[in-house]
Design a protein around this ligand. Sequence first.
Ligand SMILES: Nc1ncnc2c1ncn2[C@@H]1O[C@H](COP(=O)(O)OP(=O)(O)O)[C@@H](O)[C@H]1O
Ligand SMILES: [Mg+2]
Length: 243
Amino acid sequence: MNKRGLLYEGKAKKMYATDDPNLVLAEYIDQATALNGKKKVEIDHKGALNNQITSHIFGYLKTQGIASHFVDQISETEQLLKKVKIIPLEVVVRNLASGHFETKFDVPHLMRFEAPIVEFYYKSDALDDPFINDAQIIALKIASAEQIAELKAKALQVNEALIPFFKALKLTLVDFKLEFGLDENNQILLADEISPDTARLVDQTTHMSLDKDIFRKGLGDLIPAYEEVLKRIQDKENADVHR
Ligand SMILES: Nc1ncnc2c1ncn2[C@@H]1O[C@H](COP(=O)(O)OP(=O)(O)O)[C@@H](O)[C@H]1O
Ligand SMILES: [Mg+2]
């Protein structure tokens, strides 16, 4: 599959056209951003780590019956993806209080919720990704009521699949962000990435973050933590293969 023109350069990936109009190529870049891009640095090898982690996760989700844009990992930093029209919503699922939820409501860090919470944010760098509710999404014609219901159900399905996946790696899935898109038949597909950039993962033994909070909070080097996440995924996959 040949890489054609650059379609879009985001904060974490460059998206390229391919010979096939229904496929795009995502190249994961060595950049870390926080505060919607206001804090930005280059971090060697981060692109390769996130590409490998997100490829494993989307591969796993497929085995759990969750359809996505993911076609194949084609190099250390690149993936082949079904091209979708991204629905401009960040769909956040929370199992434990952290980040914005913790500060907004002043609740204890990692307070457990009775049931997972799904939240929507309007994906707009210019507006700083504001919180948006169902009625606002419908009024702005971002998605219909039926599509909102489907997004919530799919997000919770991903959560149910990922909780045991990370638990087996001795990691707690605190929260994560998803993006969805519409394929050529207007079907909703899980898209974008799931990586330590977009999910909070806490080590069950040390209680240390193995995710972008290390960068957001200036706690040190991201790379060893991301390497640890990838290593646990690979070790588990090797153990499963040899069982
Ligand atoms: N399968 C896909 N088809 C088309 N666009 C996609 C697909 N998956 C993700 N994208 C989009 O690619 C862009 C680049 O990703 P990223 O660098 O993470 O952007 P951002 O700066 O918005 O976080 C984003 O706008 C994302 O929504
Ligand atoms: Mg992104």
